[in-house]
Design a protein around this ligand. Structure first.
Ligand code: SAH
Length: 362
């Protein structure tokens, strides 16, 4: 038996085509999407503006299948982390970070990660597969439900960041459909600048993203010279620093020179010297950028440690003196291992680190 079509794998445009294919009107897609993402309704019989015959046709041929919550953890600081099962062997993590003026949901795009950034715990697990659109948008749906947003009508999730497990730009098509749903008024209706794709720098896909959507871009830079970046973010061997910065510039120009966020993890004695900061200033001289310094979050088995506060402040001050908006990211959800680079889920790796790949092969 062939598997039923999961309607969560469609954005508006592709769902309109689906309805045309089955001989129905494309506006049905708008109705169904509204039910699912505005009202949180995933049972066809409750979609009362669809005809009875369409409802039973959908029931016969399609499903609305969400991933399942395995566990939820709550941090003392209000951060919530969900372990979400996507198949029998694999789970991913999703984190909600409430702040005074906003709520950010950090979502995963892959099971594990094929890149090999040395300071990231997801990298240690290897890679299993890309998440489907339903599994990515499903994380957002599930978080909305767990936070009671469908019922209350309150919009607690105001920002989405692709900063969970995986490299979003290596799962381009599914990430793009997810972005379309996140920003579609009929679905989650977020402003484009409130959706941020974070990437370690897959240049061809940064170009595609520029043409396809203008969401906010964050770059995991972490080093201000090629030698160091080749080592700690090995994808740099394929897409070196200067080419990456040029791609960021083009991206920013496509968005009226809005800033690109530069992420820089503070690794004690590795990338945190004053010369590193000065080199970073040079790297960013003609890019509208703001810098997020991320205190390194430890995980079992790592030899890295976090730079001390004085070092982080001295580094930050050099950037600020050069006129670059710089903030030190607060570590959130540390007590439940929900901070940057600590998300591990449960990955049944097809490509474990030692078998796979130098970034050059990707
Ligand atoms: N693959 C994407 C998104 C996932 S990581 C990317 O590389 O951007 C989200 C951010 O957390 C990235 O900037 C990543 O480099 C950073 N990060 C990874 N491990 C970390 C750790 N142990 N401590 C602090 N930040 C980390």
């Amino acid at each position: 038996m062939t598997e039923k079509t999961n309607l969560l794998d469609y954005d508006l445009k592709s769902l309109e085509s689906y309805f045309n294919e089955i001989g129905d009107k494309s506006f049905r897609a708008r109705q169904v999407i509204k039910w699912i993402y505005h009202h949180g309704v995933v049972d066809y019989q409750s979609m009362t503006n669809l005809s009875k015959s369409l409802r039973s046709n959908l029931e016969e041929n399609t499903i609305i299948k969400l991933p399942e919550i395995v566990t939820e953890q709550r941090s003392e600081d209000g951060t919530r982390k969900w372990l979400i099962r996507v198949d029998n062997k694999n789970s991913v993590e999703t984190v909600f970070i409430p702040e005074n003026d906003r709520g950010t949901l950090c979502i995963s795009s892959q099971v594990g990660c094929p890149l090999d950034c040395k300071f990231c715990s997801t990298a240690q697990q290897g890679f299993n597969r890309n998440l489907t659109t339903s599994e990515i948008i499903g994380q957002v749906w599930i978080a909305n439900q767990a936070l009671g947003c469908f019922e209350s009508g309150k919009r607690l999730i105001t920002n989405i960041v692709f900063m969970g497990m995986g490299e979003p730009l290596l799962n381009y098509n599914n990430v793009l459909k997810t972005i379309n749903l996140l920003t579609d008024d009929l679905a989650f209706g977020l402003a484009r600048r409130r959706v941020t794709v974070s990437t370690s720098g897959i240049i061809p896909e940064i170009e595609r993203l520029k043409d396809d959507t203008n969401v906010s871009l964050a770059i995991s830079l972490h080093a201000s010279n090629n030698e160091l970046r080749n080592n700690i973010v090995p994808i740099n061997r394929s897409y070196p620093l200067n080419d990456l910065l040029a791609a960021c510039k083009r991206y920013s120009e496509g968005r009226d020179n809005e800033t690109v966020t530069i992420e820089y993890v503070m690794l004690n004695g590795v990338n945190d010297g004053l010369q590193d900061a000065r080199d970073l200033v040079k790297c960013l001289h003609d890019l509208p950028a703001k810098v997020n310094l991320i205190p390194f979050n430890k995980f079992p088995g790592t030899n890295y440690t976090c730079s001390d506060q004085n070092t982080i402040n001295a580094f930050r001050d050099i950037l600020i003196k050069a006129g670059i908006v710089t903030i030190t990211r607060k570590t959130r959800g540390d007590d439940i291992d929900a901070a940057c680079g600590q998300l591990v889920g449960k990955v049944s790796a097809k490509a474990a680190r030692h078998q796979k790949t130098s970034a050059g092969q990707i």
